[in-house]
Design a protein around this ligand. Structure first.
Ligand SMILES: *Cc1c(COP(=O)(O)O)cnc(C)c1O
Length: 368
């Protein structure tokens, strides 16, 4: 069996034991160390650690002082946390369709979705490649919008040498299966001193100094135990990313020309960190996407469907007061991609022969 993800945090043992022995296990010096390392990796002045990636998104919106009725434009093709975070923050959600090239919001569709109440642009850097920041950042600036980047899947990715999460408020997830993990965890990156300060106060009950409350805050803190799990991975992020990139290149070489399969592209000027290697199974393939997924599972090749439906296409979001009338037909690219996307293993624990087995199995079941 070749799994779709492997979680390997064995190298954190010494640091975790150090925290356990210290008796100081909640937010403390290890979180600070993690934040410093993360800021270096993301090329930002600040990194603020929180308890998960969803919280990172919620907190980012909360420090932007949105008013009821203010709108966030985001992607309809994402993990549900993106949508839930916007709703939790009380903002109204507008969706802009994605591009089939990078699976992220299409700048032309974003331009059309911006209205008088739009305050935030929230692109999602899906599968490890950034959205088209060359167009989205100027668009946000032109309309006076805040940029909040859902960078949960894109730690280490870059667009024209600028790292994901360095264009605005960068929101990262450190969930078990993400490229860097602390089991559960999140980080917000920014170059803005004021926003970083507000985030630090907000995450700790709105408290500046002991019992001095500045805002109605929350407990969004990460623990030193969790930070200790992540530090060794940050130290070898380049190595982990290179392994993903090597695996992706080998998959692309081996799967090229398979009838009906559209392979993921690395777009010019972008560094892809391959959180997922996602193919599109088109109408000319011998099997449908779901049949291919089943055939691979049966043969011991792990795979995943990220994501099977457009994010708002569930009963709990229909007629939601913060989601103005929207239909899947308004986002035809996202709808088609949700029907065709299938992710194959690309993680650093794969051997070359694992990758070759994946290629041979996909080709065999597709009769190619
Ligand atoms: C994982 C993920 C999140 C949420 O992160 P959690 O740490 O699980 O809360 C948000 N957005 C995207 C795109 C994700 O993949």
């Amino acid at each position: 069996m070749i799994p779709i993800t492997v979680v390997d945090v064995r190298d954190a043992e010494d640091l975790v034991v150090e925290v356990l022995r210290s008796g100081a296990i909640a937010q403390g010096p290890m979180v600070k160390r993690f934040e410093e390392a993360f800021a270096r990796v993301s090329g930002t002045k600040h990194a603020v650690a929180v308890n998960n990636g969803t919280t990172a998104l919620v907190a980012s919106l909360q420090v932007l002082d949105l008013k009821p009725g203010d709108e966030v434009v985001t992607s309809p093709f994402t993990f549900v946390a993106t949508l839930n975070a916007i709703l939790e923050a009380g903002a109204t959600v507008r969706f802009a369709d994605i591009s089939r090239d990078d699976f992220a919001i299409d700048p032309d569709k974003v331009a059309a979705a911006i209205g008088p109440r739009t305050k935030v642009l929230m692109p999602v850097h899906l599968y490890g490649q950034t959205a088209d920041m060359g167009k989205l950042a100027p668009l946000a600036a032109e309309h006076g919008l805040h940029l909040v980047e859902d960078s949960a899947q894109a730690v280490g990715a870059s667009f024209q040498s600028r790292r994901a999460g360095s264009y605005g408020l960068g929101c990262f997830s450190l969930y078990a299966t993400k490229n860097i993990t602390t089991a559960e965890g999140g980080v917000i990156t920014t170059d803005d001193d004021t926003l970083a300060d507000r985030l630090r106060v907000l995450r700790n009950q709105g408290m500046r100094a002991r019992y001095q409350y500045e805002v109605a805050g929350h407990n969004y803190r990460m623990t030193d135990l969790h930070a200790a799990v992540g530090i060794p991975q940050l130290e070898k992020l380049d190595e982990l990313t290179s392994a993903r990139q090597r695996n992706a290149a080998r998959l692309t070489e081996g799967l090229a020309g398979t009838v009906g399969l559209e392979l993921p592209a690395v777009l010019p000027g972008r560094e892809h960190v391959w959180h997922q290697y996602t193919v599109l199974v088109g109408p000319h393939a011998m099997l449908s996407r779901d049949e291919l997924a089943a055939a691979l599972t049966e043969r011991g090749i792990g795979n995943g469907i990220y994501y099977p439906k457009v994010v708002f296409d569930y009963d709990c979001y229909r007629n939601h007061p913060l989601i103005p009338e929207v239909s899947v037909d308004d986002v035809p690219v996202a709808k088609a991609v949700a029907e065709q996307a299938l992710s194959l293993p690309v993680h650093p624990a794969l051997s070359e022969s694992d990758v070759d087995t994946i290629i041979a199995t996909v080709r065999e079941v597709l009769g190619a």
